[in-house]
Design a protein around this ligand. Structure first.
Ligand SMILES: *Cc1c(COP(=O)(O)O)cnc(C)c1O
Length: 335
């Protein structure tokens, strides 16, 4: 099977597995796992932040960040396409007791002006706007990348209005691969950033949250309350360290293959509209029922996912190589 459903389907390489078994571990709830400490230190310094915390999942990172940045009855601002709104079971309402204001951005990217228009005035009856969340790249935007200038404007605005700014950077390294910014530039703008190691970076699990020490100290308590305290988890942390050291540089190959998939799709008769391919996500609309195409591709051993309406998603990743790309191109030519 050629699996293009998600960049989460990768298996750890033998080199990553070797790194996983060759590390020192301890009980991380007691803060005694040196490999977890090493990862947290590495990712915090990469972003120029005081501290970092290792999490089992990206959803838990986002949810703990929202919890730490807000009070019940507050309101948070997100794009209507955001993962936080669409794919986390409304955890913001459950864990944090906040409401959400959805902005209609351009493939998930809004402007400072949009934010300004939706900060509630300080009345006795409107929820207090306290947090803005940005996602980069935007999954439901087809891997769209934010313009850093707009992020800087939003950061200036949130600072001025004393709001917190969180980045869901599940695929931030995909964005960084295609732009001139560094992790430090992002660390400078955001109060907190979550990073996934289990997407394009190819680790079996794990995410990290970075921020200042006081924020991470509270995040540690909330991670425990949500059941995310882990024991000898250094084995997994070392897979993430391996990913940071060896996989980031391979993301550009994923992006190149995604572009070629896009080129092949526009030449088919079933593709009605291809979204711009900016990173490793390929979104396209079809004329007829998407399930027909999905089924035909499955007959050819190619897995893709329906993505709402007439849209289908393909995602390139570490385990999708040139040989598989050729096979998919050949099938698309025939369909
Ligand atoms: C995958 C993803 C997450 C986190 O998902 P987990 O499966 O919990 O790691 C968060 N945000 C975005 C944009 C994602 O794609």
């Amino acid at each position: 099977m050629i699996d293009l459903r998600s960049d989460t389907v990768t298996r750890p390489s033998s080199a990553m597995l070797a790194a996983m078994v060759q590390c020192e571990v301890g009980d991380d709830v007691f803060e005694e796992d040196p490999t977890v400490k090493k990862l947290e230190h590495k990712i915090a310094s990469l972003f120029g932040k005081e501290d970092a915390l290792f999490f089992p999942s990206g959803v838990m990172c986002n949810q703990v960040a929202i919890k730490c940045h807000t009070q019940p009855m507050d309101e948070i601002i997100c794009d209507a396409l955001s993962h936080i709104y669409n794919s986390e079971n409304g955890g913001w309402a459950l864990h944090s007791g906040v409401s959400i204001r959805l902005l209609q951005g351009d493939r998930g990217r809004f402007t400072a002006e949009d934010v300004l228009q939706h900060i509630n005035p300080n009345t006795d009856w409107q929820p207090n706007t306290s947090l803005v969340c940005i996602e980069n790249t935007v999954n439901k935007g087809g891997g769209s990348i934010w313009k850093f200038d707009e992020i800087k404007k939003i950061a200036a605005l949130t600072k001025e209005r004393k709001l917190k700014l969180h980045l869901d950077g599940a695929r931030l390294f995909n964005a960084l691969t295609e732009t001139n910014q560094t992790p430090l530039d992002y660390g400078h703008c955001f109060d907190s950033i979550s990073i996934c190691f289990s997407k394009g970076l190819g680790a079996p699990m794990g995410s990290a949250l970075v921020g200042d020490s006081e924020f991470i100290k509270r995040a540690r308590k909330w991670r425990k309350a949500m059941g995310g305290g882990m024991r000898q988890i250094g084995f997994m942390a070392n897979a993430c360290i391996y990913a940071l050291d060896h996989t980031i540089e391979k993301l550009k190959d994923d992006h190149q293959r995604a572009k070629l998939l896009g080129d092949a799709l526009v030449r088919t008769s079933f593709c009605k509209k291809l979204y711009p391919v900016e990173t490793n996500i390929v979104l396209f609309e079809v004329h007829d029922n998407p399930n027909t195409i999905i089924e035909q591709l499955k007959q050819e051993q190619i897995l893709v996912v329906p993505f709402g309406g007439n849209t289908i998603r393909m995602v390139t990743h570490l385990d999708f190589d040139d040989e598989q790309l050729q096979k998919v191109e050949e099938v698309l030519k025939r369909l």
